[in-house]
Design a protein around this ligand. Structure first.
Ligand code: HEM
Length: 511
């Protein structure tokens, strides 16, 4: 080797060593800092918390007060959850949640970050994008959730509910003891988002199963599975070599193909009949994407449109589906709460079965119930920011690049904020009972600049479905069926939920 090559080799070796040593030194410093915070249970030296029992069954967190992680979070504002060697620094208190959510720092990207995994699925849509692109698209899409756009959707929510009621009634004839609620609710929420936001009429609910819904369920499961294997989590190539990776790719291809097809159909419909948008007081989501132009007159590219369609189909149906699932569970589990909701729905709607726009604001008890439901079972479990400059919080300095997560589940169960957090009590959201509570103590839709754009859409949809289900049926939870909450892409019941729907006598005479 000549002198020049020796110098090059020495420099490269020195650089690699320096990088490794400084990385280890920073990692060690971070570990020492994180020791000050509560840990999410005992962590394995290699797997971290990824193989802990609560990853596949979260019941012990609710059931045994002395063993729960939440008791350990007394007097703390942060919890550390180790995904193998990568720590998730979780804000679990209104003070720390506020500090994180107010940051204008981006969602994390890069190797080993959950948003990078989501990025393979949702592209650069609103949930995963950052900076100028996010700002432009958020501004562009906000009008799609204007009150005037949401108002006519009430008809679609009602029509979707008609089919849900019909299906539950039919299923009860087939299996009188109880019936699983998941597939019925899943298809209903998928149908609603497709019809409202994407002008797609595909009779989704009339099918037994829909491949899109199945693909989303599997993707949610596979995401969590992937996180348990750090080498698969860190490397797409290694993941693609596994059976799970191949299955994941198959679902992704299907989902992207479905969105492409949907966009192509709408484009063709608009080309064939340009007057389709005339007379519409406001454009819906897909029309906005198709017709949007920036200051230079350029529209969104096909890939940009698809990323937003994928994002809204996922964010707009899987979350509401999870919320409704837990709502029916809690209605069945707490008959006295169900009775309060039922009596209110009867008072507000009288002889009508259809819910009208004006009814929504009057369903106060139902709203309290829905809030308590999302406190106990927040459908979305996390939101994360990545520091673009160092930050000093609670006497700890977090370096640039640190990811700070808000855990909505831990926040909603913090024993200092909700001492009776395992008790289901909708009245805690009455104004007189919540006026002292920090607004950052209850955040199912997150808060700050990256809050949920679809929260009113979802609340309205949930109200129509829940009030009509309760008005027609008395719900009784099948206590013989084990309900196992698991943390997947949403917080969901692993083996479903079974309910007996008893037709209410009073409903038979309604119009
Ligand atoms: C119960 C139902 C829902 C819940 C609990 C929920 C919750 C959330 C949460 C916690 C976030 C922040 C996520 C993060 O920071 O990573 C979020 C963001 C978002 N949600 Fe929802 N969501 C629901 C329904 C919907 C619906 C119906 C839509 C659309 C129709 C929607 C569209 C979005 C979008 C696009 C974002 C990203 C917003 C941004 O970053 O600008 N969500 N949602």
């Amino acid at each position: 080797m000549d002198d020049f090559m020796q110098i090059v080799v020495a420099l490269v070796t020195g650089y690699v060593l320096w990088t490794v040593v400084t990385a280890l030194w920073r990692y060690n410093a971070l570990c020492r800092t994180l020791k000050k915070f509560a840990q999410a249970g005992p962590a394995h030296w290699f797997w971290g918390h990824m193989k802990n029992d609560f990853m596949t069954d979260m019941r012990p967190l609710f059931n045994s007060p002395n063993a729960v992680l939440w008791q350990k979070t007394r007097n703390t504002k942060w919890t550390i959850f180790w995904t193998s060697f990568v720590p998730l620094i979780q804000a679990n208190h209104p003070d720390s949640a506020k500090a994180v959510l107010k940051l204008s720092d981006p969602k994390p990207r890069g190797r080993g970050q959950i948003y990078s995994v989501l990025n393979q699925f949702l592209g650069d849509g609103l949930v995963t994008s950052n900076g100028g692109k996010w700002q432009r698209n958020r501004k562009l899409l906000t009008p799609a959730f204007h009150f005037d756009v949401l108002r006519p959707y009430i008809r679609i929510y009602n029509e979707a509910t008609d089919i849900v009621l019909e299906k539950f009634a039919r299923q009860m004839k087939e299996t009188p003891k109880s019936t699983d609620i998941l597939s019925v609710l899943n298809l209903a929420t998928l149908d609603v988002i497709l019809r409202c936001a994407l002008s797609y009429e595909g009779n989704v609910q009339r099918q037994e199963k829909h491949p899109y819904a199945t693909a989303i369920q599997r993707i949610g499961f596979l995401h969590t599975q992937r996180m348990t294997y750090p080498w698969q989590y860190l490397s797409w190539t290694l993941y693609m070599m596994s059976a799970d990776g191949k299955e994941y790719k198959r679902h992704l291809d299907y989902i992207h193909g479905f969105a492409d097809d949907l966009i192509a159909r709408r484009k063709k419909a608009l080309e064939d009949e340009p007057s389709l948008l005339e007379g519409k007081p406001r454009l819906d989501f897909l029309d906005i994407l198709m017709t949007a132009k920036d200051d230079s007159g350029a529209g969104l590219t096909d890939k940009e449109i698809r990323d937003e369609v994928d994002t809204f189909m996922f964010a707009g149906h899987d979350t509401t589906f999870a919320a409704l699932t837990w709502a029916l569970y809690n209605l069945g589990k707490y008959p006295e709460e169900q009775d309060k909701v039922y009596r209110e729905v009867c008072d507000v709607t009288g002889d009508r079965t259809f819910i009208q726009w004006e009814d929504l604001g009057k369903l106060q008890k139902l709203t309290l119930f829905m809030k308590e439901n999302m406190r106990m079972y927040p459908p979305v479990m996390f939101s994360t920011k990545q520091l673009s400059k160092p930050l000093e919080l609670d006497g700890v300095s977090f370096p640039t690049g640190t990811s700070l997560t808000v855990s909505f589940l831990n926040l909603h169960h913090h024993p200092d904020v909700y001492p009776d957090h395992t008790v289901f009590r909708p009245e805690r959201f009455l104004p007189e009972n919540s006026k002292e509570r920090d607004p950052y103590a209850f955040l199912p839709f997150s808060a700050g600049p990256r809050n949920c754009i679809g929260q009113n859409f979802s609340m309205n949809e949930q109200k129509v479905l829940l009030s009509r289900i309760v008005k027609r049926f008395k719900l009784v939870l099948d206590e013989d069926h084990e309900v196992i909450p698991v943390p997947e892409s949403t917080y969901r019941p692993k083996t479903g939920i079974k309910i007996r729907f008893e037709e209410r006598e009073s409903h038979r005479n309604l119009i």
